[in-house]
Write a protein that binds this ligand. Structure first.
Ligand SMILES: NC(=O)c1ccc[n+]([C@@H]2O[C@H](COP(=O)([O-])OP(=O)(O)OC[C@H]3O[C@@H](n4cnc5c(N)ncnc54)[C@H](OP(=O)(O)O)[C@@H]3O)[C@@H](O)[C@H]2O)c1
Length: 323
């Protein structure tokens, strides 16, 4: 089968189309014919060798797909050949992939393969940052950094659907329009304005209850400055570099808390909770309260181009590869 392979870590140019053996599902796993493949920021880190999971070159990036189950390994009963699924996997940039059966989520007929491949990682990260790590709801305020990105646009819509007041930060005016369309009450261009000053101004100096921060170094400390008493920063990435170490006592004057979310904690350890939250988000899509923004699709062979676009900070929403 065709797959994207890199023989050494490095820039997007290391990604090349190659012929590799088609994988086989071992006991408890399923083989999926990929119809659409999600591109995630973490894939660019994996390619560079700076992600928590280290590549073993020659290796293949990719963590999520949507497609049709072609075969199942011994002991798999709840997932059958022919089923449409979205799945957490590895080596997804290929024509086929294998996934543990419990990580293959049935895809409703109403959800296309492209939307299915845009759903699992970004939507569920946003959902659990808001609702498992915190208790977002009416009367609460949320600041979403990189609000026009994949997780960002999902977080803005899910926080609005929960009844919260939502602020977003973005690095361009074009992105601001998109975050506004997704429902943000106010959007701050943090390339031009000091976002903490703006948030304090917009909240009458109180600050926000929750900040979703996957930018890191440029935003974390300023985030603490515009966090309300008893407020919470959920960190879940560091697209702009790791923040400086935190002195815990800095949190005590306003009784604040900082936590770190990682989706694999959920998907590997809590499959029932993962499925339940996916069903809840699929329902929001059916109701038109959650729309996935697919900004660009690329043929599989152009994976390097997709990575370049994601790393350029020009991309919005989700990028998809089509095998
Ligand atoms: N913890 C988890 O389990 C988990 C799961 C999924 C994603 N994540 C993390 O969530 C973040 C968003 O992921 P995504 O796939 O949805 O990507 P994305 O938000 O679509 O793209 C990354 C965005 O980060 C912002 N950014 C800020 N500084 C940047 C820099 N120096 N270089 C590149 N981008 C920068 C950019 O938005 P602006 O230009 O508007 O600043 C950029 O568009 C990533 O950090 C990712 O690693 C974590």
């Amino acid at each position: 089968m065709k797959a994207i392979v890199f023989a050494q870590t490095g820039g997007p140019d290391v990604l090349a189309l190659a012929d590799v053996p088609k994988p086989e599902p071992r006991a408890g796993w399923v083989l999926i014919k990929n119809h659409a493949i999600g591109v995630n920021f973490a894939d660019t880190r994996f390619r560079q060798g700076t992600y928590t999971v280290k590549p073993k070159p020659p290796d293949t990036p990719g963590m999520e797909v949507a497609g049709v189950v072609e075969a199942v390994g011994d002991g798999v009963t709840d997932v059958r050949p022919g089923m449409r699924v979205a799945a957490f996997t590895s080596r997804a940039y290929a024509e086929y992939c294998v996934s543990p059966a419990f990580m293959a989520i049935p895809l409703p007929e109403s959800v296309s393969f492209v939307d299915g491949a845009a759903f699992l990682i970004q939507v569920l990260t946003a959902y659990h940052a808001l609702h498992t790590m915190d208790t977002t709801g009416p009367g609460k305020s949320v600041l979403v950094h990189a609000a026009a990105g994949g997780v960002g646009l999902a977080a803005v819509q899910l926080a609005k659907a929960a009844g919260a007041r939502v602020f977003g930060t973005v690095s361009s005016d074009a992105k601001a329009g998109l975050a506004k369309e997704a429902g943000a009450d106010a959007v701050i261009n943090y390339a031009k304005d000091k976002f903490a000053d703006e948030v304090l101004r917009l909240t009458g100096d109180r600050g926000v209850d929750l900040i979703l921060d996957a930018v890191g170094k440029p935003t974390f400390e300023e985030g603490l400055r515009c966090l309300a008493p008893f407020g919470h920063i959920v960190t879940y990435g560091r697209a702009g570099g790791a923040p400086d170490p935190l002195t815990i006592s800095a949190l005590s004057p306003k009784s604040q808390k900082v936590s770190a979310f990682s989706l694999p904690t959920l998907t590997r350890g809590f499959p029932d909770k993962t499925r339940e939250s996916a069903e809840r988000c699929f329902a929001l899509m059916r109701e038109g309260r959650l729309k996935l923004h697919i900004s660009k699709t690329y043929p599989l062979a152009q994976a390097a181009e997709a990575h370049r676009h994601l790393e350029s900070r020009e991309s919005t929403g989700k990028l998809i590869l089509l095998p």
